[in-house]
Design a protein around this ligand. Sequence first.
Ligand code: PGH
Ligand code: CA
Ligand code: ZN
Length: 308
Amino acid sequence: MPLEILGKMYEKANREYYAIGQFNFSNLEFLQSALDAAEEMKSPVIVALSTGAIKYGGIKNLVSMTRTMADQIKAPVALHLDHGANMDDVKMCVDAGFTSVMIDGSHHPLQENIALTRQAVEYAHSHGGITVEAELGRLGGIEDDVNVDERDARLTDPAEAVRFHAESGCDALAVAVGTSHGAYKFKGENKIDFDRIKVIKDKLRIPLVLHGASSVDADSVKMINQYGGKIEGAKGLDAESYAHAIKNGINKVNIDTDLRLKWTAVLRKLMHDKPGEFDPRKFLGPARDAVKELIKQKMKLLGSAGKA
Ligand code: PGH
Ligand code: CA
Ligand code: ZN
């Protein structure tokens, strides 16, 4: 079916307390993994492009590929901009056919974040009713080109969130509750502020988004290192963390790092095991299948399986 407005997918997720996975991509194979997983699990799916991914693949190529592939399946697919930085990013993606955009003004002072988000909402809503996700509070770690110092990381304040939502008109809100982007998350125990999610949800009643939500699966890290890689690895979110966050009001869970780790692990092993092989499909095909299986597992954990 045609790409679906994310806000429409959110209605049921928000009502029934489950989350839809956002899976980032920048090539054919990751997109196939996500869409095939959605179809097999009868799950809604969000595929997302960062501005870095858009630079890498070309916006027209990536959008037409997504549209063409979504048209061929029954599961609903939303195409989302991940961490848009300014109005140029938002306009570029709304005009190109995205069905949701994120405007991330979280590093600006509150009033500027509100003003920027308000502008994004006005543009997106008046151009086909496109959904807007905003961010309030600071995550730790690395986001594509942006490096947020750990010490600068700051959790979302519930009272500020009420004001932010009322004045910006955002449709969904990414909250900072202790997660961070990338493969280096929690040093010891994971310290997610689940209560904060619930407090914000009770006040806002809108879809809440969890960024930096990869699990950093130890087996993938081990396999990468076993076959010549060098990844330090760390703890990410386990199944219980997903369940707890979703029960408290998270409706979208962003996963990028886990797909990259799985992909790298499979490719490294194959390249090691098949020294005489040089057909890219013999490497990329199995990596694609492994990423698909991983996404299917995530869809089960998030509760979106069977909701298409
Ligand atoms: C994310 C991805 N994208 O916006 O929040 O987080 O690095 O944990 O996959 P991870
Ligand atoms: Ca941010
Ligand atoms: Zn993010």
